[in-house]
Design a protein around this ligand. Structure first.
Ligand code: IPE
Ligand code: IPE
Ligand code: MG
Length: 217
């Protein structure tokens, strides 16, 4: 079966740029190209949603110049996007600089009626914050059922997260969709994100089909 929802931890952009003798910021531009390749192939193969980790709450500790470069790539993408994907965002976007936050609202508005795959961009996102927020809603409403709790998460309206792919060689989740990961199939690739190709996506989808998902049964 094709996964309905895949999460991508797009790691290794800085190292890719350094390996090519370029400043780290060039890695984020190449990272966007890789994202468009991966997203198009996922859409072609029938995936309904991809959630891509673009900037974590912890990434706010990076040098200001690097943060600005990442937000610049995101803002330009949002303003220029005219494809088929339905682009949505997850994370604390309102705390970001005005131009970034406005570009997010713009692309969400412009693509709201698109019928292509949903591209969920996780920006200034951290799973622990998201879980705490969901817990506060549960407390406010006095409703602690599993279904309601899950609908309180930012991913509440999205299909279950079937798989998580992390590039860049590290084998950790780095605060990405921790709750949703409960029964996700995990894929760790040594490849740097900027080097991802359509064939890599096809290989992941083929391996997914061979995995025996048991859900404890
Ligand atoms: C991941 O790439 C994307 C962001 C954190 C924005 P990195 O910037 O972490 O790249 P590496 O892991 O240092 O190579
Ligand atoms: C995870 O990568 C965050 C994103 C891909 C946006 P990091 O590079 O921030 O993760 P760590 O620091 O290696 O855990
Ligand atoms: Mg990294």
């Amino acid at each position: 079966m094709t996964p309905k929802h895949i999460g991508f931890i797009m790691d290794g952009n800085g190292r890719w740029a350094e390996a090519h003798g370029m400043p780290r910021v060039e890695g984020y531009k190449a990272g966007l190209e890789a994202l468009l390749r991966v997203a198009s192939e996922c859409a072609k193969c029938g995936v309904e949603v991809i959630s891509v980790y673009a900037f974590s709450t912890e990434n706010n500790a990076r040098p200001q110049e690097e943060i600005a470069a990442i937000f610049d790539v995101v803002t330009k993408f949002n303003k220029a996007y005219d494809g088929d994907f339905k682009v949505i965002y997850m994370g604390d976007v309102d705390s970001l600089p005005d131009e970034v936050a406005q570009s997010v609202r713009l692309v969400e508005y412009n693509t709201a009626d698109n019928e292509g795959m949903t591209l969920n961009i996780c920006l200034n996102y951290g799973a622990r914050d998201d879980i705490i927020h969901a817990a506060k809603l549960a407390y406010d409403h006095g409703d602690y059922t599993l279904d309601t709790f899950e609908s309180n998460l930012s991913s509440g309206t999205l299909p279950p997260l079937d798989a998580i792919v992390r590039t860049g060689g590290e084998k950790r989740l780095s605060n990405f969709m921790l709750y949703e990961a409960a029964y996700s199939e995990l894929f760790f690739l040594d490849k740097l994100w900027c080097d991802m190709t359509e064939q890599d996506v096809d290989a992941i989808l083929s391996e997914f089909e061979c995995r025996n998902r048991k859900f404890g049964k």
